[in-house]
Design a protein around this ligand. Structure first.
Ligand code: FES
Length: 108
């Protein structure tokens, strides 16, 4: 089963396994990762699922849609041009069998 690890400053990393197709946002909300809210339910309309993807997973990410690109300009934490993504737009599985992300501070 695919898995994703969430890293937050000052907290132990949390890893969760999820069914293929589950988004990083849904996996985070399921285990209550502080800082990932998923307010819009995964419609790329709220940016409360902002994460910074870690190396070496960047090259395996799906492309950025126009909506996601636009929404990433409204994140609470600064956008990282290479690492910022919306967790709701990252389905686990396939090329993303494993993923590690940093959760930005600010929405806890
Ligand atoms: Fe709203 Fe991802 S859950 S943008």
């Amino acid at each position: 089963m695919p898995k994703v690890t969430f890293h937050r400053d000052g907290a132990p990393a949390e890893t969760v396994a999820a069914e293929p197709g589950t988004s990083v946002m849904r996996a985070a909300v399921r285990i209550g990762v502080p800082g990932i809210i998923g307010e819009c339910g995964g419609q790329a309309m709220c940016a409360t699922c902002h994460v910074y993807v870690r190396e070496p997973y960047l090259d395996a990410l799906p492309g950025l849609s126009e909506d996601e690109d636009a929404m990433l300009d409204f994140t609470v934490a600064p956008r990282d041009p290479r690492r910022s993504r919306l967790g709701c737009q990252l389905p686990l599985g396939g090329a993303l069998e494993e993923l590690e992300v940093d959760v930005p501070a600010g929405l806890e």
